[in-house]
Design a binder for this molecule. Structure first.
Ligand code: HEM
Length: 460
């Protein structure tokens, strides 16, 4: 008789990081572990283990929707404690996912950006007003703070008709601080040593998540009390639209979860992206010149241009700058896939049905498929020709498949317009010779990045 075939040998290194204690920068640590141990390894932290993967061949398999679906990682399970069955954190088989997805999809089609364009421009002008003041006073702008003000106000106004008025405040809106603490709590809970006392952290989380819910209730009440059912923004759709299939609407608890999800997903990542993009433009005068030239071609010397919806599509190079920024620093830096059935990943890693695999996007974006100098910022990687020549699975800043980011066009429209307007109006001065440090609060952001501004003159 032929002997039974041995089970496939596990060839993935296991790296136990429990002894070092939790780190404030788990993504950067996982990037270092990838550099040391290769593009597939298991990270063990106390009782918890994560299989990280980042090579193009393995991610290509993971993107196959017949073999894998979105997985809810341990961290996302923690986020569920304040975002519930909102789109981002819903399980694939939760009926509210498909229902909300079907109702909200039309609101995120490219054409819908025309509806949001005026609100985006209105908030872009708030940044300019604030930066003009800084230029006049000679003070530097805290880039990440201001980009967060901008993206929060934009999703608030465009999505919900609610004004957070972040530029009217000296410090960020308390919603942002509570949200950041909730995200940090979700991230740090992974690294908890068994037996330690976390009562205080958990109490603070309860306070913060209750506060987030109260802000959301205020956002919803300000619409329902106005009695206005004519607005077809995200909130209007959720309150009024019936599912094309069964004619039902979303229930109140789910609407609350969706609003919280959109307020969070809709601003943190876009704000980080803009901050990194400004950093790269500051350090790459050639790219900055090209962005300025593109904006000048559209808007000339007009100090206060009125960008049209169509203008944004013409800002091709500016868009390439954002794409390249998201290659080096995909601000939502990991996403998780779940095996639909027992399978062998890459012919060598046995997975049982339900097992989770986490894609470490910044390292996928440094795969050899990107050439010899993957650390080099080079927007030419995103010309249409270069994109056509590359596997679509080499680039996943917005995730993959049917659970990929619904807000991609929203983020890119908003970010392209602001970046071009800022480059059109200011010279960026690196007064502090800034060195990149990255803060992690589930998403990535440059830390302590300030920018000095000088109005451009026609000669610049
Ligand atoms: C999902 C990234 C902006 C709303 C995702 C996912 C990624 C991502 C990687 C997939 C997560 C997973 O597989 O677990 C980004 C980045 C953004 C951005 C890098 C900015 C540059 C936005 C904006 C919105 C938004 C502006 C809303 C206005 C969502 C939602 C989901 C999602 C609702 C869940 C979709 C679903 O599962 O049905 N995003 N996002 N995102 N994003 Fe974004």
């Amino acid at each position: 008789p032929t002997p039974a075939r041995p089970a496939a040998a596990e060839t993935v290194p296991v790296v136990d990081i429990s002894a070092g204690g939790p780190t404030a920068t788990p993504i950067q640590q996982a990037m270092d572990l990838t550099r040391a141990h290769g593009p597939a390894f298991r990270r063990r932290l106390h009782e918890h283990q994560v299989l990280f993967v980042s090579s193009l061949d393995l991610v290509t398999e993971l993107a196959d929707e017949t073999r894998f679906a979105k997985g809810i990682s341990k961290v996302l399970d923690h986020v569920r404690e304040f975002a519930g069955d909102g789109l981002f954190t819903a399980y694939n088989d939760e009926p509210n996912w498909a229902k909300a997805h079907d109702i909200l999809m039309p609101a995120f089609a490219l054409g819908s950006m025309r509806t949001y364009h005026p609100a985006m421009l209105r908030v872009a002008r708030r940044v300019i007003e604030s930066w003009d003041r800084r230029a006049a006073e000679g003070t530097a702008a805290d880039v990440a703070d201001d980009m967060t003000r901008m993206t929060l106000d934009t999703i608030g106004l465009a999505g919900f008709g609610f004004d957070f008025d972040s530029f009217g405040r000296a410090t960020p809106h308390p919603f942002v601080e509570a949200m950041v603490r909730c995200l940090e709590w979700s991230m740090k809970r992974i690294g908890r040593a068994p037996g330690a006392d976390h009562t205080e952290a958990d109490r603070e989380f309860e306070r913060d998540s209750a506060y987030l819910a109260s802000v959301v209730d205020e956002v919803i009440a300000s619409r329902t009390e106005s009695g206005d059912t004519s607005v077809d923004d995200l909130l209007g759709l959720m309150l009024g639209a019936r599912h094309p299939g069964d004619g039902t609407t979303l229930d109140a608890a789910n609407i609350r979860n969706q609003v919280i999800t959109f307020l969070i997903a809709g601003h943190e990542t876009t704000s980080g992206t803009l901050s990194f993009a400004l950093y790269h433009l500051l350090k790459d005068p050639t790219a900055l010149r090209l962005v300025q030239r593109e904006a000048d071609e559209l808007w000339g010397d007009t100090p206060d241009p009125e960008p049209s919806f169509e203008d944004i599509g013409k800002l091709r190079f500016t868009r390439q700058v954002l794409s390249e920024t998201l290659r080096l620093w995909p601000t939502a830096a990991a996403f998780t896939r779940q095996a639909r059935e027992d399978t062998l990943l890459g012919g060598r890693v046995p997975l049982a049905a339900g097992d989770l695999v986490t894609v470490l996007t910044p390292m996928l974006h440094r795969d050899p498929a990107w050439g010899d100098n993957p650390e080099l910022f080079d927007p030419a990687r995103f010309t249409p020709e270069a994109e056509a020549a590359r596997s679509p699975h080499a680039y996943k800043p917005f995730g993959t498949g049917e659970r990929a980011c619904i807000g991609r066009q929203f983020a890119l429209h908003e970010a392209t317009m602001l970046l071009a307007l800022l480059a059109h109006r200011y010279r960026f001065v690196d007064a502090d010779d800034y060195r990149l440090r990255i803060k992690e609060t589930l998403t990535l952001k440059p830390e302590g990045f300030t920018l000095s501004l000088v109005p451009r003159t026609p000669a610049d």
